[in-house]
Ligand binder design. Sequence first.
Ligand SMILES: [Zn+2]
Length: 252
Amino acid sequence: MSATYRVRALSLKKTKLGEADLIVTFLAADGCQIRAVAKGARKTKSRFGARVEPFSVVDLMLAHGRSLEIITEAEGVTSHDVLRGDLDRLSAAAVVTDFLDKVSVECQTEERLFALSTTTLDVMEIVPVDELRALVIAFLVKGMAMHGYRPQLSSCASCEAATGGSGSARFSLSAGGVVCSDCAGADPTALSVSPDVPGALAALLGSKMADIGALAIPEPVLRDTLVLLRSFIAYHVPSRMKALDMYGGGAL
Ligand SMILES: [Zn+2]
């Protein structure tokens, strides 16, 4: 007899297993990843199938299996159905779950990531569609900060000298923040960015998800910020994030 235990979790993705089962990947409330088998979840009368759809928050009862956990009960908390009914919301939410799938493997992320993630999905259900991109970008920079890569934006990330002034700013992927021109010259990962990007990152980091839309960051600044974040994430997180690669499509 193996003991069962209860955990609140966010469903990130599902993959087929055999004829009728699913393997569901979750972000648990402690910030770590759980992969669990939902037996019979692909049968039409399944108790689990709908409750463990990606973006759903569920209370799970789990038992230890040989290699994966086994779901014995799943009780829905928040289904986030609205995100599945609209392509713009779906593609924004998919960036969130793809990011979580890749970073939660290492289980080095702060517990606060779970609350950030569920709040982000809650807000993505209700904001106007044109605010979704700012939410995606805010989630990514906050998520990276909780994963151990909080960008340093107020002084040089290499030597602590003051940065700023006129012209373009430089952001070092390896040092994890803005760098002065001396340090940038010796740093092959230092990228030139628009001078508005560090300020946009700081504003996004300092605001609650519900207040991101009110920042009204101009579209070109958002675009440049997303381009930088893609590089920053690719440099520090080894797994490719397909949903992030595809996000924005023609609009960017
Ligand atoms: Zn420096």
